[in-house]
Unconditional design. Structure first.
Length: 86
């Protein structure tokens, strides 16, 4: 299965961050490529409303740890981060 591509409007994720899926989300758990506004891409996994993103480094050099997020996907494949997962 090819990865779901997700474009994020920021350099990292946080509650309230927005982005969009570049193609519709599959009905099942799928690998994801998360493309941030600074041009960095991180690997991840999208399963329903749960997005897990592997650790990555921003273009400015900030190390971001692997984290999980609860997201909502709305009209026109818009994505919004709702909360951080444990």
């Amino acid at each position: 299965m090819s990865p779901v591509e997700i474009k994020i409007d920021h350099t990292h994720l946080y509650p309230g961050a927005r982005g969009r899926l570049l193609r519709p989300a599959p009905d099942t758990d799928a690998p994801a490529l998360v493309r941030f506004a600074d041009g960095v891409t991180a690997e991840g996994r999208l399963a329903g409303t749960e997005l897990r993103v592997a650790a990555y480094r921003t273009r400015a050099g900030t190390q971001i740890a692997a984290k999980g997020w609860r997201v909502t996907i709305g009209a026109e494949s818009n994505l919004r981060v709702e909360a951080r997962l444990p």
